[in-house]
Design a binder for this molecule. Structure first.
Ligand code: F0G
Length: 482
């Protein structure tokens, strides 16, 4: 897509859509935000949206829908079996993801449940670029282990390495050699690797993974939840593909995967999810689990209206003006935070900006959860809800010990076509103020800790009275401003 230049030289992303449906937001006073934090156990998942100003928790199910998606919902064919809406979805999957067999599921992690139940056995090893929280939970539940095989550069926060989501090919070869192909049901590639900052892999890397997989007869499983943006960054960063359309790049990638699964809450700005393949045997292996866990094979627990909007959303993944919006806003956000000295994951990826809490809160030990503390502090002083992506999002090992995360990140998600530029500027302003006052942020401790996926419902509290000191400084600097 051509860059649109401004006469005044400003380098800002220009929205190529207009806003036709709006939702009122509330910016509540800082005292109420403190109460809300206490009520929600200092866990941004447990906040109520009535207290949230800009919801940057996730892009999952929060991307703006297009007029065509909304209108498609009106011709949904409500039938338990054989619905025409499902046929339209299957066509869209074949056109966009190049796979003709489709198993519908109610969301991405439901696909992971079916896949892990079908293919992961006790003691199996799943090599991957990096885990996602729900993926790891399903693999572990079925007795499997994972091997995360990124290059060292991928863990460097301040970097210009364009494909931090690449699998380290030498390490992959070693792991296969050591484990034996028989113990490896598949290699998992996650597009726009979420937990390291929404970082893409390159086509060349996937080609290298494919040739190793072929040599050993191992399948490749692609998590395509953020595939559109990964394809966009390939177009921007991988010389060979600069003149290809997103559609071309999607085909090239999905052709190399034996099984593709996705969260439609992400890739198609709708709800639901799916598992797709061109191999009838693979389809058959999972077929019976869909009616058991999800719903009949032509709806998979998703409403027909959502199935219609998923089909349209998948076609819209081919439109660069739709797909570039979020990464371009993220790039603006990351560049401005970086200019203000705030440590952020670079290069800018997809999904959101990722602030390095380990650095911002270097005075808070990992045992007091710096990323969780930063998420709470930002909400307190701005009403902006981000997500902790650090040690709270990790699970304890089998002996109950903490497994500290490689990175302590505060993720500020930028869902597709939801926020305006002035709202993004507000985030930059408040984050910069918080950075200048970072010494006032203190740690957190658990008061309620679920054993699995503790970050969702866990409850924490501040280790001392740091929230009051932060509020006092906010009042001194902003006066009566919200
Ligand atoms: N895979 C990836 C790469 C994801 O980012 C997600 C969800 C899933 C699988 C699971 O899909 O939510 O539909 O069950 N990511 C969300 C997030 C939750 O906020 O990053 P799901």
């Amino acid at each position: 897509m051509q860059k649109i230049k401004f006469y005044n030289g400003e380098d800002i992303p220009l929205e190529l859509h207009k806003v036709r449906v709006v939702q009122k937001l509330h910016l509540v006073p800082i005292e109420r935000r403190l109460e809300a934090l206490h009520e929600g156990g200092f866990n941004t998942f447990r906040l109520s949206t009535k207290d949230v100003f800009l919801d940057m928790l996730t892009d999952s199910g929060t991307n703006a829908m297009s007029d065509n998606q909304l209108s498609s919902m009106m011709h949904a064919d409500d039938a338990y079996a054989g619905s025409q809406s499902f046929m339209r979805l299957r066509n869209a999957v074949e056109k966009v993801l190049g796979k003709k067999y489709l198993l519908p599921v109610h969301q991405g992690r439901a696909a992971e449940n079916i896949l892990a139940k079908t293919y992961v056995r006790k003691g199996n090893l799943i090599p991957m670029n990096y885990h996602f929280t729900t993926t790891l939970a399903h693999i572990s539940e079925n007795g499997g282990r994972i091997a995360e095989l990124l290059y060292d550069e991928s863990y460097v926060i301040n970097s210009d390495y364009p494909f931090k989501g690449n699998i380290n090919i030498e390490k992959l070869a070693e792991v296969i050699e050591k484990e034996g192909a028989k113990n490896i049901p598949f290699i998992r590639m996650e597009a726009s690797t979420n937990l390291i900052g929404g970082q893409p892999f390159s086509v060349q890397n996937l080609r290298d993974v494919r040739s190793l997989a072929d040599k050993h007869g191992i399948r490749i499983l692609l998590d395509a939840s953020l595939l559109g943006e990964n394809a966009y960054l390939i177009k921007m960063r991988e010389e060979e593909f600069k003149n290809n359309s997103l559609g071309d790049i999607l085909q090239i990638i999905t052709e190399m995967a034996d099984i593709v699964y996705f969260s439609a809450r992400k890739i198609s700005s709708s709800r639901g999810g799916g598992i797709c393949t061109n191999d009838e045997n693979i389809y058959k292996e999972m077929e019976t689990l869909i009616p058991m866990y999800e719903g009949f094979l032509t709806y998979g627990g998703i409403s027909m209206r959502e199935i219609e909007s998923m089909a349209v959303g998948l076609y819209e993944t081919l439109d660069e003006t739709v797909i570039c919006q979020s990464p371009n806003f993220i790039k603006y956000l990351v560049d401005e935070l970086d200019k203000n000295g705030i440590p952020v994951v670079k290069p800018a990826g997809v999904l959101g900006a990722h602030v390095n809490a380990m650095d911002v809160c270097s005075h808070i030990p990992q045992s007091q959860y710096p990323a969780g503390a930063l998420a709470a502090a930002l909400f307190l002083i701005s009403g902006v809800r981000g997500m902790e992506r650090g040690s709270i999002s990790n699970q304890r090992d089998e002996n109950g010990n903490e497994t500290y995360a490689d990175m302590e990140l505060l993720r500020l998600a930028v869902p597709r076509r939801v926020f305006t530029l002035s709202q993004v500027k507000y985030v930059i302003d408040r984050m910069t103020w918080l950075y200048h006052n970072r010494a006032l942020i203190g740690g957190l401790k658990f008061v309620y800790e679920p054993a699995v996926l503790r970050f969702f419902m866990g409850g924490l509290e501040p280790v001392n009275d740091w929230t009051h000191k932060l509020i006092a400084k906010f009042k001194a600097d902003f006066g009566e401003s919200l």
